[in-house]
Design a protein around this ligand. Structure first.
Ligand code: 5AD
Ligand code: SF4
Length: 470
């Protein structure tokens, strides 16, 4: 049994990360033959992509994906720690599965992802959730077949969570959710330690993949007909900073654009590492999509300092203005936290002013949620939850108004759309995303799915557009 340890997870030793090729252990044969699995994913795109690896590893063992959790032989919860409600959702699901296991003793139940990296969570699983058969963390995804086999052989609870990240694993199998757009990890972990954030603990220190491995993956996607890649990382702009090379995110973006993949996206960007060179490259290559997620978190420089964000409101605005000026048709989205410890009405008003100024195309807004072991959870927090809820409501009514206004400005324009699929319940037949990342619904034939076509915007709503094919 290997349990998570925060003290070890916090240490950032300057040691070179080694690369290791994923190897399938043939001796496991068809461990899952005749069995079905269900993977429930919580959290961010990083987790979604991890689930694509998990699914492929299970299928190599003979398991077949089931669409019904209750009827599956193996259920894995890939969890998220970012806020309390993500925790509650996963624990709620564990409670449901605990009951299910009372009637279905043969059900195998696994838990992985960011919550598995938390000392408190694993402790709770050890003491309160003995029904969980195995746990693995974010650093040892590739060990799933071994951990599962160990549990199936012994029928014991298996817990293997590494606190210190191991090698960078290349060549893991992947069962991609889409045939048209793909996630490509470019780096793992984060060294920023924003004071509210648990990610540097759950995902470990920053490790960049080698550019050759990334470009090879993108080239393979191009040859299999993929139309879009999203380069993924907790803080993609810092790509390469953990290596001795001066090859940067700007260089990588340019090389990925040169593979001729029709669409390149990337997320998430920390304003601190966003260079002028990156802006130039985004503006220069038409296949780098003009859509940037640029979390601001707060409009008050005092709160930004307490958050450990390393920029002031003025510096953020300067960067924001530069992007708007240099990248034609760019849409900018953001993340904002309200009710950070010590946030006053004055601080909050500065956030509202910033939202009014930036007129974001999209914004994800959250109430601050204290996370175990982070620096902010030790700060005094006097603002009642009710007041924080009011602030969230006030903020949302402002940002939502600009989503609609920005969408309305697109009416009458013809925009390129990657057709992603058939609307099962909607009024129109198809949906897709514009270059600047707006959801658009329109009528058309299913044969268009997976192509990029011009669509005229005919109507605008807060979170989507209506269009017609031209
Ligand atoms: N409480 C609330 N929101 C948080 N986020 C990260 N940590 C917390 C927290 N402790 C938000 C940030 C981040 C997004 C992914 O989640 O806005 O950008
Ligand atoms: Fe959640 Fe962050 Fe982990 Fe993603 S990296 S699953 S957002 S805690």
């Amino acid at each position: 049994m290997q349990l998570p340890n925060y003290k070890e997870a916090r240490s950032r030793k300057k040691q070179q990360i080694q690369k290791e090729e994923y190897k399938k252990d043939e001796s496991f044969g068809q461990l899952g033959k005749g069995k079905t699995y269900y993977v429930k994913t919580y959290g961010c795109q990083m987790n979604e992509h991890d689930s694509e690896n998990i699914k492929a590893m299970l299928e190599e063992l003979g398991f077949i994906e089931s669409l019904e959790m209750e009827a599956s032989d193996l259920v894995i919860l890939n969890t998220c720690s970012i806020r309390e409600n993500a925790h509650n959702k996963a624990f709620g699901m564990l409670g449901r599965l605990k009951h299910l296991k009372e009637t279905r003793k043969d059900l195998i139940l696994g838990l992985c992802g960011c919550m598995a990296q938390e000392e408190g969570v694993v402790d709770e699983i050890l003491h309160k959730y003995r029904q969980v058969d195995f746990v693995f963390g974010t650093h040892n995804l590739h060990r799933l077949p071994y951990i599962l086999k160990k549990h199936m052989d012994s029928n014991q609870q298996e817990i293997e969570v590494l606190s210190v990240e191991g090698n960078l694993i290349e060549g893991m199998p992947v069962k991609r959710a889409s045939k048209h757009k793909a996630f490509v990890n470019i780096m793992y972990g984060c060294d920023k330690f924003c004071t509210y954030c648990i990610v540097p603990y759950t995902r470990g220190k920053q490790r960049s993949r080698k550019k050759e491995d990334i470009l090879k993956e993108v080239e393979e996607l191009v040859s299999s007909g993929y139309k879009e890649v999203t380069l993924l990382g907790q803080n993609v702009n810092a790509y390469g900073k953990d290596t001795d090379s001066d090859y940067s995110m700007a260089n990588l973006l340019e090389d990925v654009a040169k593979t001729n993949i029709p669409r390149v996206r990337f997320m998430t960007s920390h304003p601190w590492d966003f260079t002028d060179q990156m802006i130039e490259i985004i503006a220069k290559y038409p296949n780098i999509m003009p859509s940037i997620h640029l979390p601001v978190q707060s409009g008050s420089s005092r709160i930004l300092k307490l958050m450990g964000r390393r920029y002031t409101k003025e510096e953020y605005i300067k960067l924001f203005d530069k992007m708007k000026e240099k990248i034609p048709n760019v849409s900018i989205s953001t993340d904002i936290i309200v009710g950070f410890p010590g946030e006053t009405e004055e601080d909050f008003k500065e956030t509202l002013e910033l939202a009014e100024y930036c007129k974001y195309d999209n914004a994800f807004t959250f109430i601050y949620s204290p996370r175990e072991n982070t620096a902010a959870c030790r700060l005094q927090d006097d603002t009642p939850l009710q007041e924080k809820e009011k602030r969230l409501y006030r903020l949302n009514s402002i940002v939502n108004q600009y989503f609609l206004e920005n969408n309305q400005k697109m009416i009458g324009k013809t925009v390129p759309v990657l057709v992603e699929g058939h609307n099962e319940n909607g009024k129109t037949e198809l949906y897709g995303y514009t270059d600047n990342n707006k959801l658009i619904n329109f009528d058309g034939d299913d044969s268009l799915i997976g192509t990029i076509i011009p669509v005229e915007v005919v109507d605008a709503k807060t979170w989507s557009l209506d269009g017609k094919i031209v």
